[in-house]
Design a protein around this ligand. Structure first.
Ligand code: GDG
Length: 483
């Protein structure tokens, strides 16, 4: 029986070592949810790194992990501490991540890290090759594994391979600065189908293919050796029903069953029912524009002082890649800005910014989404941004306003949000005011349209459409061969 193999840097499991004891839990991310049905089907497997390095594991622990992850139909790729330093924290997060998000000044090009990136992609390929059979489908995910499609294709030319990039593909002018640009593109071209969140990323990719590899591109097909490679956009959705239903439960929950956070939020609402809550949630990443968002909020309070004590910004920043220096700098900058704003504007009864630097359990995330009047999501660059979609999905009364950066992939399909340029503080301040004053009917009209779209194009649908398109490339190849 043919199977689908999903490959991503991390498995959809959280594997932790607590006092030399293993703790394995399913992860709750969007990708894991979206792939759940694909992964559950037949004898499909998921290949990725467990999150623990070889040095952290004894032979006994390795055996135990293997046994546990096999139950979840997962297979691990062994990575050493050096791999994690050079391939993951190094090349993936100090080269590809900033470059693809247009942060040239943060991008380093280290030859040793490139070598490690190649070697680790080969380690992933080895595990895939041990598990793949003719007739199987392999779906590779994201920027850590750009070379993998070719490494698999070279050894198994008849396998159907799909690749999806979760971050932006930058314009040719940015991508051309990358020292190993030909090799990276050739790596990606091992796939039969290459998927991006938006048409713009697809267009940028095709432009690099034409100008760097000098290949013929017909509409969105690339003729390459004896194959036709298809390139298309598949905007990733969310598990709409999960968020909508969780919000419904939250809204009807008895007071005593409420979470501690929800009780605090209730108290806030009771203390001043006019005061609006503005919500901001992201991983603490420089692409998300957190310092600019804080400065824009500070500017809003200065430009429209009548809103002092009438708004509160809840800032949830989830710790991320904290061993990379730029992320440590960002943490300091965020702490200082929150301190400055609160120091400058607070009164005895009001603190303008509630700041959480941690990850929250799902039910608290729902508390925040359902209680907030406005979501302020202002990344400088973001492949898609699922938080924007999740906020909309939880608005079961269709009230609420989404302010969204036009630099996110999500903005391309969320025109009914209030779209802003994250660098334009005047526009952001005016838009916050517009959101606070927006009549309920207008809020509902906008949210309703957004919800309908999100419900139709859920994450399951996204996975289904991608795999259907990948499957149809097989027919194309058959026609090509029979010609
Ligand atoms: C990359 C791309 C693209 C956040 N805080 C908590 C928490 N979350 C969950 C959210 C959401 C997810 O994390 C974040 O997804 P995003 O899409 O916003 O951002 P990235 O992590 O940067 O993801 C991005 C995505 O891949 C998918 O292709 O959209 O552009 O950068 O689902 O709900 N979940 C819990 N507690 C938290 O504190 N439980």
């Amino acid at each position: 029986m043919n199977k689908t193999i999903i490959v991503s840097n991390r498995l959809p499991l959280q594997v932790k070592l607590e006092d030399s004891k293993l703790e394995i839990k399913p992860s709750i991310g969007g990708l894991a949810t979206g792939m759940k049905s694909v992964h559950a089907e037949g004898n499909g497997i998921w290949i990725g790194w467990s999150g623990l390095t070889e040095e952290e594991l004894t032979p006994k622990l390795k055996e135990e992990i293997k046994k546990e992850v096999t139950k979840e139909k997962c297979v691990t790729v062994p990575l050493t501490t050096e791999d994690v330093d050079n391939f993951y924290l190094g090349f993936s997060n100090k080269t590809l991540w900033p470059l693809f998000h247009y942060f040239m000044e943060y991008t380093s090009f280290e030859h040793a890290e490139w070598e490690s990136y190649k070697a680790v992609n080969q380690k992933f390929a080895d595990v895939v090759l041990e598990n793949v059979n003719d007739g199987d489908t392999v779906w590779v995910h994201d920027y850590q594994l750009l070379l993998l499609p070719k490494l698999i294709r070279d050894k198994k030319p008849n396998i159907s391979i799909g690749f999806f990039l979760h971050i932006p593909f930058p314009s040719f002018e940015i991508f051309r600065t990358f020292p190993w640009r030909e090799e990276l593109l050739e790596g990606m071209l091992g796939a039969d189908l290459l998927g991006f969140h938006t048409y713009d990323y697809e267009r940028h990719f095709l432009s690099s293919i034409k100008r760097i590899l000098r290949l013929e591109v017909n509409f969105n097909n690339i003729d390459y050796h004896d194959r036709t490679i298809k390139v298309d956009s598949f905007p990733m959705g969310i598990d709409y029903n999960k968020f909508y239903n969780a919000a419904l439960v939250n809204n009807t929950q008895q007071k005593k069953e409420r979470t501690e956070l929800q009780r605090r939020l209730d108290e806030h609402i009771k203390s001043d029912s006019d005061a609006k809550i503005i919500l901001s949630i992201d991983r603490l990443d420089y692409t998300k524009g957190i310092p600019k968002r804080l400065r824009a909020f500070e500017y809003f309070l200065t430009k429209y002082p009548e809103y002092k004590e009438k708004v509160r910004l809840i800032l949830l920043a989830v710790p991320s890649r904290s061993n990379v220096p730029q992320y440590q700098k960002l943490k300091r900058e965020t702490d200082e800005l929150v301190g400055r704003i609160n120091g400058k504007f607070s009164t005895v009864s009001w603190t303008p910014v509630w700041y959480f630097y941690r990850s929250m359990p799902f039910e608290n995330l729902i508390d925040l989404y359902t209680t907030s009047d406005i979501a302020l999501i202002t990344p400088i660059r973001d492949g898609m941004n699922l938080v924007a979609k999740e906020y909309v999905a939880t608005r079961t009364n269709q009230d609420g306003v989404l302010i969204l950066s036009e630099m996110t992939g999500a903005s391309k399909e969320m025109n009914e949000a209030l779209l802003i340029n994250p660098n334009n503080f005047d526009q952001i301040a005016d838009t916050i005011k517009q959101a606070i004053e927006m009549p309920i009917e207008e809020q509902q009209n906008r949210i309703k349209i957004l919800q309908n779209r999100l419900e139709r194009y859920s994450v399951e649908k996204w996975a289904e459409e991608f795999l259907k398109a990948l499957d149809s490339t097989k027919d194309q190849d058959e026609i090509f061969i029979s010609k």
